[in-house]
Ligand binder design. Structure first.
Ligand code: B12
Length: 210
């Protein structure tokens, strides 16, 4: 698998869609779509990020890699499953920053696992508090890309609490992967490292709500 990740990462950095597509198909031959996404796409993008950080590739390569992976993921993760679970009202959102991939994967995997949830797209703090309250959301999933956005989760949690909402806030994304305590510092109820963990967390929260 390591070899495949390196090749996939090189194809992305070279903006070679045909090669990247072929390598992704190779991964899909022996894995489920979500395994292929989490075992190939996610680590390759992490390496792309590290290469940008060390000055080896340009931001445009990072951007194009992200966009291309979005379309690959869109193509294999089913948008819905007919057998929906009875569940508390839930929503997912990107808080403030401009990225979609993490949220898109978590959303697809949640839906593919039978959960129905609102996709709020990208919102800022006040809009998110307002929408969460007016939609009577019980489980709110927040995805962020950069640290300043992660810190804004604190304002969201405070605002929701002040308005009397009993919503459970689940967070995820790069800043929370780098700092294992951050989710508690911003007042979230749980943090997930991956889309599969998101499903497990929501199941646990649902159990505690009954
Ligand atoms: C691709 C990328 C971008 C793309 C995003 C394109 C897109 N369409 O999404 C672009 C080029 C736009 C971008 C821009 C920037 N980026 Co950038 N980017 C990345 C990179 C390389 C990969 C991110 C990614 O998409 N990963 C793949 C997805 C699938 O992973 P993920 O988001 O982590 O999601 C997974 C889990 O975290 C989890 N998850 C995610 N959300 C949720 C939510 C819940 C509820 C749960 C349970 C789980 C969960 O499940 C997902 C699937 O496994 C990372 C490197 C890294 N190590 O993450 C840097 C990185 C995130 N970027 C960084 C930075 C600094 C920036 C910029 C500020 C750069 C700049 N100077 O302009 C801008 C900020 C833009 C903005 N304001 O929003 C830093 C952040 C550092 C920090 N501590 O804040 C990183 C870590 C790079 C680095 N090493 O410095 N970036």
């Amino acid at each position: 698998m390591k070899q495949l990740i390196v090749q996939f990462q090189q194809a992305l950095a070279a903006l070679d869609r045909v090669k990247a597509n072929a390598l992704f198909s190779e991964a899909l031959a022996t894995r489920t779509p979500i395994q292929a996404v989490e075992q190939l796409v996610v680590p390759a993008l992490e390496q792309i990020g590290a290469a940008w950080h060390s000055g080896d590739i340009a931001m445009s390569q990072v951007y194009m890699s992200g966009r291309f992976c979005e379309s690959l993921v869109d193509g294999v993760l089913p948008p819905s499953d007919p057998d929906r679970k009875h569940q508390p009202r839930s929503a997912i959102v990107v808080l403030s920053d401009y990225h979609d991939l993490g949220k898109r994967i978590v959303y697809s995997v949640m839906r593919a696992s039978g959960f129905e949830l609102f996709d709020y797209g990208r919102l800022d703090v006040d809009q998110l508090i307002e929408k969460t309250i007016s939609d009577h959301i019980r489980i709110l999933m927040i995805s962020v890309l950069i640290l300043p956005s992660a810190l804004k989760v604190k304002q969201v949690c405070r605002g929701l609490k002040q308005s009397g909402s009993d919503v459970k806030v689940v967070v995820g994304g790069a800043p929370f992967l780098f700092d294992a305590q951050l989710w508690q510092e911003v007042g979230a109820d749980a943090m997930g490292n991956s889309a599969s963990e998101a499903v497990a967390i929501v199941k646990r929260l649902m159990g505690a709500m009954q």
